[in-house]
Design a protein around this ligand. Structure first.
Ligand code: C5P
Length: 217
């Protein structure tokens, strides 16, 4: 972004490993970290809590204005159902505009940030110095999501999770406002066959290649 801040934009579909990768990179490069999915989840969670329909635009806008980036509670917001609901409120353009403004302010705070989401490289921070598009096959992502649910003591059917993931991909990639797609200048990282450490090393090597001036001697 500016000379003073560094932005690492990470986009990709649900379950591709963006979150863990973003955390590792923020630690390594000593940057702030924002999981922008939590902002859409917070809006969805507020509507669910009040029993309001997810297409209630006025209520969703109010909830979006009330989102405080410092108070996003991952434990409450990480539920699978909240993620599903988030992708429904995420189609509302005014909700996106309100949240994107907060996300941009976060990104421009020194020393900069790693932001992960769906539209970071394309809409939120199109001037980000580094853009990664992290993906993985849908069956691999469903298996990872199932393992997360089971690790937290929950239960789910693989087929149900796979169908949810495919439905979410279709909503996120097919919406009119800010659809999920790689920015033209994004580096693609397919983590289908990668453990997290391998994905981290691959991302680090891409980033170091951008940050370190080339030896042209
Ligand atoms: O990444 P996560 O699963 O937490 O995101 C939940 C939903 O929020 C996504 O499926 C997507 O619809 C929406 N989202 C978005 N733009 C972002 C981050 C998330 O539309 N930058």
């Amino acid at each position: 972004m500016t000379g003073k801040t560094l932005t690492i934009a990470i986009d990709g579909p649900a379950g591709a490993g963006k979150g863990t990768l973003a955390r590792r990179l923020a630690d390594h490069y000593r940057l702030n970290l924002l999981d922008t999915g939590l902002t859409y989840r917070a809006v969805a969670h507020a509507l669910l809590q009040y029993g309001l329909p997810l297409d209630n635009v006025a209520a969703a806008e109010t909830a979006a204005r009330q989102v405080n980036l410092g108070e996003l509670d991952r434990t409450v917001l990480s539920a699978h159902a909240v993620g599903e609901a988030a992708s429904k409120v995420a189609v509302i353009p005014t909700v996106r505009r309100i949240l994107v403004e907060k996300q941009r302010a976060f990104a421009s705070t020194p020393p900069g940030a790693v932001l992960d989401g769906r539209d970071i490289g394309t809409v939120v921070c199109p001037e980000a110095r580094i853009k990664l598009y992290v993906t993985a096959r849908a069956d691999v992502r469903a298996r990872r999501r199932l393992a997360e649910i089971e690790a937290m003591g929950g239960q789910a059917e693989f087929e149900t999770i796979l169908a949810d993931i495919e439905g979410r991909d279709a909503r996120d990639m097919g919406r009119e406002d800010s659809p999920l797609r790689p920015a033209p200048d994004a580096h693609l990282l397919d983590t289908s066959e990668m453990a997290i450490e391998t994905a981290f090393l691959a991302a680090k090597s891409i980033i170091d290649g951008v940050l370190q001036p080339r030896n042209t001697a």
